[in-house]
Design a protein around this ligand. Sequence first.
Ligand code: THU
Length: 130
Amino acid sequence: MISDGELVIKAAEAAEKAYAPYSNYKVGAAVLTEDGKIYTGCNIENVSYGATVCAERTAIFKAVSEGHRKLIKLAVFSPDSKEYVMPCGICRQVAVEFGGKDLVVLCAGEAGIYKIYTLEQLLPEAFMEF
Ligand code: THU
């Protein structure tokens, strides 16, 4: 089983692929599926700005599109954050769809520290069914 530190390193490696010419804020993410697979992603910006996709959603959508609908851990890393990067609101909502409230979220940056949360902490009272 991959360690938290190793998953953060995967996210950091993914950040090197970030396409962020508009914000210059590179982000990488790595998700761990319930059957032990890892999918990574980076932010991919667009000249129209609104079409930009965050690193977390890139990684989650890669996992889901390969048939992995149950995620247990998500690491996010930015070399451009002062301390550690936190997932945006849209990514939290996407993450709860496939990770549920118990998804473990590792938020990291170049400073070498990372914070560990559950999605329940980051998105309390989430909209999960209708
Ligand atoms: N971004 C992510 O990829 N993930 C986050 O958690 C925060 C924001 C990206 C989107 C955009 O390309 C850039 O960071 C600045 O917002």
